[in-house]
Design a protein around this ligand. Structure first.
Ligand SMILES: [Cu+2]
Length: 516
């Protein structure tokens, strides 16, 4: 696992080379388009048929027709402007990472190719408390595709207001496949990732202070064990500790207050590579589903497990399994607190894609199959919740399906087909912890749930940021009085979407507000 070199771009380069040669060899012999096999798996007609065949959208939701993105959405993050940043790796002799900014409401796409050298491929990311996106690490990949698996210390910062990138301070350690997580004090913790020589996982951890722009290496007591996976799934708990819920079977807890780790429970499945991990609403239970026992994959599992971190001796327990085994899928916390498991594959990175998403209800412990996704979204795919309650899906750099890789599609969950949506007439754009604030809505009488949802920042079945924070509230006439989260342990500082849900389970469109 540790020493498996993930020379995926080398493999991709070879595949592209073979593909190119195949096209050259077949062109004079046949008028049929090259890669007929690819087309047969995903023709436009089939896409339309699949979209047309969907059942009652109030039960299974509904997919929109795929749209051109013009880049492969391997990494995606929702900004508080409502726009989504996507980026992937430089191709050919290029040295800059291609990136696009999508205004999903209008379909407008702006090219925001990162304007400085750096291959921010398989980087970590988090949206910082001021709303800027911090991207950490990536691959020593210039010129493509010569260097396998070597990490870089570079960082990049995207400002959603100016819609521009700037280079951030280099980390103290090069990292490829790192995790970034915002701590309860507003700094960003960076951990794991392959080192600069691609020989080991970086054990040292470091934090970024966005006020000073400095990285600080934590004391040796904070070093993570050498057998850890990369892209660890780290979830901030109300205790202020951070729970590591995968891929390693042995879960861990990190305490930023003491810079120490302690072991928690073991997953029943074993190491669960490429399985999604989500902090459930309520913020104490961690949920995982899918994955494979070995890093290279093959042999997907349908199993799912939950651990309650709030009890004296937390244990992982199996819960209802999915209908489809899968790995490299995305878990998206929806506006009503359910989880959409979308994409993934069963036998390898790109083969045997699972195009039926499933919706997990953590209260009822049930999975429901959703409408078939028009494009396969396997390895290197992304999905996240949008402010209108829909889900955008993109990415997957399958060399045999470049068309799909360069598209995105939007899923409307069943809750958007269950009647009129409650509306938020006005709400503050900035709140502080414990503050009582007013949300004006003509639907106050029917509101059953009010929550803050942290925007997604995701890659490799790992959403570093998404978080569903319920808030207590009282109903008045035409308004709700809501109590903000008690502390940054519940909701780290930053931008959130404000959601109100009615008694039919229908969420509002979600305006952004900042917790300061
Ligand atoms: Cu990758």
């Amino acid at each position: 696992m540790l020493n498996v070199f993930r020379s995926e771009r080398n493999q991709l380069a070879v595949l592209l080379l073979i593909l190119g040669l195949t096209i050259l060899m077949t062109l004079p012999l046949s008028a049929e388009p090259a890669r007929a096999g690819q087309k047969a798996t995903n023709p436009t007609a089939a896409k339309k048929a699949q979209v047309g065949l969907r059942q009652d959208p109030a039960l299974v939701g509904s997919w929109g027709v795929p749209q051109q993105l013009g880049t492969v959405g391997i990494h995606a993050a929702l900004m508080h402007t409502g726009k989504v940043v996507f980026w992937w790796y430089p191709l050919g002799t290029a040295t800059n990472s291609p990136a696009k900014l999508l205004d999903y409401a209008t379909g407008t796409i702006t090219d925001i190719t990162i304007p400085f050298d750096g291959d921010f491929f398989c980087s970590g990311m988090t949206i910082m408390k001021d709303g800027r996106l911090l991207v950490i690490g990536g691959l020593l990949g210039d010129p493509f595709p010569h260097v396998p698996d070597k990490g870089i210390p570079q960082t990049a910062i995207f400002d959603p207001i100016t819609e521009t990138w700037s280079p951030g301070t280099n980390m103290n350690f090069a990292r490829w496949y790192p995790t970034a997580v915002e701590l309860n004090n507003g700094t960003v913790l960076a951990l794991t990732g392959k080192n600069a020589t691609a020989t080991a996982i970086v054990l040292q951890m470091e934090t970024y202070n966005l006020t000073t722009g400095k990285w600080t290496t934590l004391p040796g007591s904070a070093n993570i064990g050498p057998l850890s996976d990369t892209y660890l799934k780290m979830k901030l708990l109300p205790s202020g500790r951070i729970f590591m819920g995968g891929a390693n079977a042995q879960s861990l807890l990190f305490s930023p207050a003491t810079n120490t780790w302690k072991t928690s429970a073991k997953m029943n499945f074993g190491n669960r590579y490429h399985g999604g991990v989500t902090l459930l609403p309520g913020l104490t239970k961690v949920f995982t589903a899918g994955g494979t026992l070995t890093y290279p994959g093959g042999g997907a599992t349908a199993t799912a497990e939950v651990i309650d971190t709030s009890v004296a001796t937390p244990q992982w327990s199996f819960v209802a399994p999915m209908n489809f085994p899968r790995y490299n899928a995305n878990q998206v916390l929806l506006a009503d607190g359910t989880i959409l498991e979308v994409g993934g594959a069963q036998v390898s990175k790109y083969l045997s894609p699972v195009t039926t998403p499933e919706l997990y209800d953590p209260v009822a412990n049930t999975w429901t199959e959703m409408s078939v996704q028009p494009n396969p979204r396997t390895y290197h795919s992304t999905a996240l919740l949008l402010p209108d309650g829909t889900v955008i899906a993109a990415g997957s750099d399958d060399p045999a399906n470049v068309t799909a890789g360069n598209e995105y599609e939007i899923f409307s969950p069943p809750y958007l087909f269950k009647g009129a949506r409650p509306t938020i007439t006005s709400a503050p754009t900035s709140i502080t912890y414990k503050q009582q604030f007013t949300v004006t809505t003509p639907d106050a009488a029917s509101i059953t749930r009010v929550a803050l949802i942290r925007p997604g920042a995701t890659t490799h079945d790992n959403d570093f940021d998404q978080r569903f924070v319920d808030m207590t509230f009282t109903k008045g006439t035409g308004q709700l009085t809501v109590t903000a989260p008690l502390s940054s342990n519940y909701a780290p500082q930053g931008w959130y979407m404000l959601m109100i849900l009615n008694s039919s389970g229908v969420p509002s469109v979600m305006p952004f507000l900042q917790i300061q």
